[in-house]
Design a protein around this ligand. Structure first.
Ligand SMILES: Cc1cc2nc3c(=O)[nH]c(=O)nc-3n(C[C@H](O)[C@H](O)[C@H](O)COP(=O)(O)OP(=O)(O)OC[C@H]3O[C@@H](n4cnc5c(N)ncnc54)[C@H](O)[C@@H]3O)c2cc1C
Length: 364
């Protein structure tokens, strides 16, 4: 049972396509989400292009950028990226991922869990293997009082006006947010303009509107959420957690799509061998948790960066932003950053399959 049909849940399902039991019969996999697949956008949808290519998702591609434009109060720098960044269409990407899976799908709101039984607004469901890909609330955990504004969560809000631009741009400017950054991610005929605050107490609505206003755009079509910036155990009480539910979002940048895909794939691989009978559920829980934990030091360093940058005074900030225009430094930094969740991990992209409808088996 995969709960959540966004990046993490869909990556797990994709990895389980064609999974069989020891006797060769197909494994039964059910995915649940409170909305239809791809119905509600959950991010600005910016990702290293190589990840779209590696996953066979270029059909959802919108725009590619070779440089990052960084605005501070005193300068504008253009960082030449060693690899490109792209924006994509959320609904199209989710549907492409779904087409690469063969799970059944039902809309249902998951309310909680008792043991291996899920409680949903459409009844109870029991499964031997359960994945929580439902975001930062980590609904299927025992509950540890992890709530904003006290939990290690950032907050992000964006608007989606129509418009075009060639620049993938960020603003490190206290005018918009004391700790965090503003962004404008163009996606062909739409701009995704937003503000992310690493301090959950800072309300980003007014400054999101201000940034849109400063860019001559209308503050329309809002999308926002809390964004985790600290790893949490990737397994708990027999449940697998992937994506934001396990804090798999990168703390320095709030980039959480490729990591949700990356850890979702890792989780799917472990589950696949449980279904095939080549390892037990307990072994899979252990292996997946160890895999996630092995990234802890990288997340810790990125969190240090997140805490350091807002403390920089104007002159060191200017020097830092300016230094990243040097090719060797920017190549090194961005290559290290990509290696936290490298695209090769996805394996070879699958052959395109026919589009599927989301109507599956009824929830019993
Ligand atoms: C404003 C903003 C902009 C962002 N921009 C970017 C970006 O450009 N690039 C990037 O890499 N990251 C970005 N992020 C971070 C990124 O969106 C998240 O890290 C990523 O979406 C995590 O994926 P996920 O699959 O774990 O969870 P989500 O994408 O949050 O998906 C959770 C899924 O679970 C479902 N769900 C939730 N509760 C229930 C329930 N009770 N019952 C049933 N279903 C449920 C939801 O409907 C949803 O489909 C942004 C975040 C925000 C807030």
């Amino acid at each position: 049972m995969i709960c959540g049909a966004s990046f993490a849940g869909l990556a797990v399902a994709r990895e389980l396509a064609g999974a069989t039991r020891p006797d060769g019969s197909p494994a039964r996999i059910l995915m649940l989400d409170r909305y239809e697949v791809g119905e509600r956008q959950t991010s600005a949808c910016g990702i290293p292009t190589t990840w779209l290519e590696a996953m066979g998702l270029m059909g959802s591609h919108r725009q590619t950028f070779h440089e990052l434009v960084v605005h501070t109060p005193h300068q504008t720098a253009r960082w030449p990226l060693p690899w490109t960044f792209s924006t994509f269409d959320y609904g199209e990407l989710c549907r492409l991922l779904f087409d690469q899976s063969d799970c059944e799908f039902e809309t249902a709101k998951v309310d909680g869990r008792t043991g291996q039984t899920l409680h949903t607004d459409r009844g109870d469901l029991t499964a031997p293997l359960i994945v929580d890909g439902m975001g930062w609330r980590r609904l299927l955990a025992s509950g540890d009082g992890f709530q904003p504004p006290d939990a290690p969560l950032s907050r992000g809000l964006e608007v989606h006006p129509g418009g075009q631009s060639d620049d993938l741009a960020i603003w490190i400017d206290r005018k918009y947010v004391p700790a965090g950054y503003g962004w404008s991610f163009p996606a062909r005929d739409e701009l995704r303009i937003g503000v992310g605050s690493f301090d959950p107490r800072f309300h980003v609505k007014d400054t999101t509107v201000a940034l849109a206003d400063d860019l001559g755009s209308e503050a329309v079509r809002y999308q926002g959420n809390w964004i985790p910036h600290q790893l949490r155990p990737a397994t708990e009480d027999g449940v697998f957690f992937a994506g934001d539910s396990a804090g798999h979002c990168l703390p320095l940048t709030a980039e959480g799509i490729r990591t949700a895909l990356y850890f979702g794939i890792a989780c799917g691989r472990e589950l696949r061998s449980v279904l095939a009978g080549t390892q037990t559920r307990e072994q899979a829980l252990h292996a997946y948790r160890a895999f996630s934990d092995s990234h802890e030091w990288k997340f810790r360093w990125l969190l240090r960066g997140q805490r350091l940058i807002p403390r920089l005074r104007p002159r060191p900030l200017r020097a830092l932003v300016g230094s990243m225009t040097h090719r060797r430094l920017v190549d090194f930094s961005f290559d290290q950053y990509l290696r936290v969740a490298p695209p090769e991990f996805a394996g070879t992209p699958p052959a395109p399959r026919a589009a599927r409808t989301t109507s599956g088996a009824a929830v019993a």
